[in-house]
Design a protein around this ligand. Structure first.
Ligand SMILES: *Cc1c(COP(=O)(O)O)cnc(C)c1O
Length: 228
């Protein structure tokens, strides 16, 4: 199947999930995750009009970013080690994986030195299973409060991953849990602005995530394919 055909098929599934849950289609944006494909294919992804690109490792994305960064909006979706902040800061419009205070402080420090504000999402380990990354829900509000004091970080939204082996139907409470955390964060006014985005849903579970309020779905296999 061609990239364009896959894009149209996935867009139709996104639209159907929006309709089922009474949401308007333009509330949901697709991030094309290109980590399994070459530079050439990443170029084709941009050519078909998928302009949000997700990648999870700097050493892999580097050649793609260097060749193509002016053509799209780049999202860093993978675990970020503190000593790798210098590689990604200023290059990615959004960092989806802020999950440690040490990382927040390093991002804030380097953003301050560059005179920028870095957009981040707070990654939460809602399911409490498997994934070793993400803030535990019981520490979430404390963590958010600490981050709210860092002037060079702007929190755009929250991000989570459902356990890989989970059936799509079983992921619903995970995604609902993230939405509820976002709503409570806004109710408590921990940040002086509204937090809107929910980055949740991957190839196997994006329709459930949309039904539960996802605003960004991160799609690799189903949208971009897998070749590496
Ligand atoms: C790889 C990856 C994705 C995309 O995975 P698919 O299941 O292929 O859609 C989404 N989010 C994160 C954080 C990833 O690492």
């Amino acid at each position: 199947m061609s990239l364009l055909a896959r894009k149209e098929e996935v867009e139709a599934r996104v639209a159907a999930a929006c309709k089922r849950s009474g949401r308007s289609g333009n509330e949901v944006k697709m991030i094309a995750v290109t980590k399994y494909v070459s530079l050439e294919t990443t170029k084709s992804v941009l050519d078909v009009g998928l302009l949000h690109i997700g990648e999870n490792r700097w050493q892999d994305v580097k050649p793609k970013w260097e060749a193509l960064h002016e053509r799209g909006t780049w999202h860093f979706i993978g675990h970020l080690q503190t000593n790798k902040v210098k590689d990604v800061i200023g290059k990615f419009a959004y960092i989806h994986s802020l999950d440690r205070i040490s990382l927040a402080k390093e991002l804030d420090k380097q953003a301050a030195a560059m005179g920028i504000v870095v957009n981040c999402l707070l990654q939460v380990n809602v399911s409490g299973e498997e994934s070793k990354y993400g803030i535990a829900p019981e520490h979430f509000f404390h963590f958010a409060t600490e981050v709210s004091g860092l002037k060079h970080i702007h929190i755009t939204g929250l991000m989570t991953m459902a356990p890989y082996e989970m059936e799509a139907d079983a992921t619903r409470p995970v995604f609902r849990g993230l939405r509820e955390l976002r709503d409570r964060l806004n109710e408590r006014r921990i940040f002086p602005y509204e937090i809107t985005e929910l980055s949740m849903g991957m190839s196997g579970d994006f329709e459930v995530a949309i039904e539960e309020g996802a605003t960004w779905v991160r799609l690799g296999t189903v949208l971009v394919g897998k070749e590496l």
